[in-house]
Design a protein around this ligand. Sequence first.
Ligand SMILES: *Cc1c(COP(=O)(O)O)cnc(C)c1O
Length: 446
Amino acid sequence: MVEPIRMSTREEREQWLREAHYNVFQLKAEQVYIDLLTDSGTGSMTDRQWSAMMLGDESYAGAKSFYHFEETVQRILGLKYVIPTHQGRAAENVLFSFLVKEGDIIPGNAHFDTTKGHIEARHAHAVDVTTDDAKDTQKEVPFKGNVSLEKLEKVLKENPGRVPFMVLTVTNNTVGGQPVSMKNIKETCVLCHRYDVPVVMDSARFAENAYFIKMREPGYANKTIKEIVREMYEQVDAATMSAKKDAIVNMGGFIATNRKDWFEGAKFFCIPFEGYVTYGGLNGRDMEAIAVGLDENTEFDMLQTRVHQVRHLAEKLDEYGIPYQRPAGGHAIFVDADKVLTHVPKEEFPAQTLTCELYLEAGIRACEIGYMLADRDPDTHENRFCGLDLLRLAIPRRVYTDNHMDVVAAALKNVYDRRESITRGVAIEWEAPLMRHFTVQLKRLG
Ligand SMILES: *Cc1c(COP(=O)(O)O)cnc(C)c1O
């Protein structure tokens, strides 16, 4: 399906952005020309997915569509117990309600914002154990999303009895859609299990991760994506999944686990939060679409086309000398805003400022994955300026052409060319205590 898009004038965009308090989440979609805010729930479904939706069984309990969905998750991931949820954060909410207690420590390779939010909202701590490779955007290593085993072991050793599980995120979204190698997945799981700590795979982009294992890791070139996926999940105890990414549906998610005790515990929270355990916040037709999407998107050709489009945008940025997290990841290009807007002090949020500049330039909506998203430290209430400050250009699946990517790159080049003249950023006028980036209200300085 296609939809018409409309060009706007710079004057219109100035006004709309002011009305949105310089937060692109608060723009209307109609005010956006090319929307790279997220690849979550924004993909186009296939003819087979649309057909499957017509077969949706909307029975309250035990719907045929649930069993079709459950069988597909079991076959593709190899995990036994499946609970549907309305999206990924709902899977986190249900599972963490059972597993996370106040004061717990949950290590992970750069927790996703909602994952961190669900941990911190329960007065527990999310500790980042990503490899230091990820901090240097210009360093080219094949698996920049990896876990640092030293950092992980330190956390496990120092906190006996306080670590209910570890979160292994594939691909590592927060550091730039960077993959985790099979070797690192295995070593991480062996280490956790040695300390009796289970591993939950945060699975939003598991298929893209499997693609990178096939393309970059010795020994996997001749394995199918489905074989690699099975091997990934053989290592872990459970998965939380946002089906809005690699299952290519508009809404959906699930929990899957081999642990009966977790399944029973999570079911208890699914019913009040999400709904009865055979629909968990989803329509029967949604579960049909997820089932088909999981099957289709664990095939090589689909993933190859997608990752090549991301690389096409990266190659354009290379041509213009614009720095981004290297190498190009699976679902997005993450521009290193600190290196672009070098005159904007970090207290004035360079990446957030760059989202405003790119929108004003060409009506392109990107997303800040930086100091704004990092929220304040829950103990000191200071801004967290320790990580990367990135502008994410997330590419919806099967929606835009490479021509759109060329327009995005050209617009970014125009901003890049006048970067020396951008000396002031934004200041916070109002913010929420958690996950502030969605609703924050800003003013422009200077
Ligand atoms: C999107 C995402 C989530 C949350 O999923 P939603 O469907 O948006 O609620 C969790 N973890 C990762 C890594 C994600 O990319």
